[in-house]
Design a protein around this ligand. Structure first.
Ligand SMILES: *Cc1c(COP(=O)(O)O)cnc(C)c1O
Length: 425
């Protein structure tokens, strides 16, 4: 069969029932698995035989969702985690150690900034931020012999900056390091970073992939394209892992070395595993992902056009509006639609922003974004409140920025709600 389209994969990939089996992905709510002999189980522990042994490492329900997401991204394998934060953490820790560093685009999710700049720093792993206005030479100057990866977000939350994946993939590969992309806002329906040279993709599945704001989760997807052995700087993948009696991931698992190590070593040790029920709910959400993204995109464009001409709006950032910053990059990387998120400022600054938010009725104030229900947030006073003004600017966030997440309701009702709240702001 020829490669199916991404909207078909959302529905059909992953779980493949055999004759007489349940049509819908069963929830294998079991921590453990039975084997006939101690020897067989021993082979599983040695990684010389494939199979489930303990749900912290793998589970049949979770496995099906991992296969679905790997198919959506065009990767070879995936590892689900209990949250997006766990995915970012494991993706970096898998190939970095104390004394090493990695580069990161400065416009990223506030929680990721904390994880990288505060918590990883305490482990003596250094993050070096760069901005897109730096030239390649300036960014390359941040790379030294201890640099192990470049990290960025396809569409930055909440700055909505579009990451020039192809540019940074070239830069990374010239230095024999991988490009890791957080593809949360774009989703594989709108952008598949592997086709532009990214090597690893991560998601917070808590956003559009689940889509209903009901279940936290994350995922790491491996393209299988990065040659860890040729790079010559990842002994954790190319030399014996003593915690597995000398397994060498590149030798024994080929181009699945990275994702295999992430699972059998880091997930084993850190245990940020999703529950089978969470994986089931995620699978249910992804089934309608392509249809929802179409609606998020068309609704968001209509809301953005309405805001753009409104006299009470002082600025709007939505890279899918012609003339908006990032328009060319948005056309290149997400030509078929935006996500549902728009950022804008209101005449009257911070106070007007707060009055506007308080008067919204349909759109509700929640610490979430990117789900079916229209919602709104003021990052400077909530998700990003721990950042200094300078960090806020680097993250692409002004104090008056309102992050508006357009849902899949009727767009006329969303616009009517915004209109009445603007009149009171
Ligand atoms: C929400 C989010 C995260 C963190 O994910 P959680 O599931 O909340 O842990 C990471 N990256 C991006 C872009 C996000 O929006």
């Amino acid at each position: 069969m020829t490669q199916q389209h991404v909207d078909t994969l959302c529905v059909q990939a992953g779980y493949q029932p055999k004759n007489g089996e349940p049509r819908i992905l069963p929830i294998y709510q079991s921590t453990t698995y039975k084997y006939e002999s101690a020897d067989e189980l021993g082979q599983l522990f040695d990684l010389s035989k494939a199979g489930h042994m303990y749900t912290r490492i793998s589970n049949p329900t979770v496995d099906c969702v991992e296969k679905k997401i790997a198919a959506l991204e065009g990767g070879i394998a995936a590892l689900c985690t209990s949250s997006g934060q766990a995915a970012s953490l494991i993706a970096i820790l898998n190939i970095t150690a104390a004394g090493q560093n990695f580069l990161c685009g400065s416009a990223i999710y506030g929680g990721t900034i904390n994880l990288f700049a505060v918590t990883l720093k305490r482990l003596n792993i250094e993050v070096r931020f760069f901005t897109p206005d730096m030239c390649d030479e300036e960014i390359a100057a941040l790379i030294d012999e201890n640099t192990r990866a470049i990290f960025g977000e396809t569409v930055a939350n909440p700055a909505l900056e579009i990451f020039d994946i192809e540019r940074y993939a070239k830069l990374a590969h010239a230095h024999k390091i991988p490009l890791i992309i957080d593809n949360t806002f774009a989703t594989p329906v709108l952008c598949r970073p592997f086709t532009y040279g990214a090597d690893i993709v991560i998601h917070s599945t808590s956003k559009y992939l689940d889509g209903h704001a009901c279940v936290l989760g994350g995922v790491i997807v491996d393209s299988g394209n990065f040659d860890w052995a040729a790079a010559g700087k990842y002994p954790e993948l190319t030399e014996a892992d003593e915690s597995y009696h000398g397994v060498v991931y590149t030798r024994d698992f080929g181009n699945a070395a990275y994702i295999t190590k992430a699972r059998v070593q880091l997930m084993r040790d850190m245990g940020s595993t999703p529950q089978p029920i969470a994986a089931f709910l995620l699978d249910l959400g992804i089934t309608s992902l392509a249809v929802r993204m179409e609606r998020h995109s068309s609704n968001a464009l209509a809301v953005a056009k309405y805001l753009q001409q409104h006299e009470k709006i002082s600025w709007i950032h939505f890279p899918w509006l012609p003339g908006n910053k990032g328009y060319e990059l948005a056309q290149k990387y997400l030509p078929n639609g935006s996500c549902g998120v728009i950022s804008f400022g209101i005449q009257g600054g911070r106070e007007a922003a707060v009055r506007f938010m308080d008067n919204l009725k349909l759109a509700q104030i929640v610490v979430h974004v990117a789900d079916a229900r229209t919602c709104v947030l003021h990052p400077a006073s909530t998700t990003h409140r721990q950042l200094t003004d300078e960090q806020l600017v680097d993250a692409g966030i002004s104090p008056d920025l309102i992050r508006f997440s357009v849902g899949i309701e009727n767009v006329n009702d969303i616009i009517a709600d915004i209109e009445q709240a603007l009149q009171k702001a």
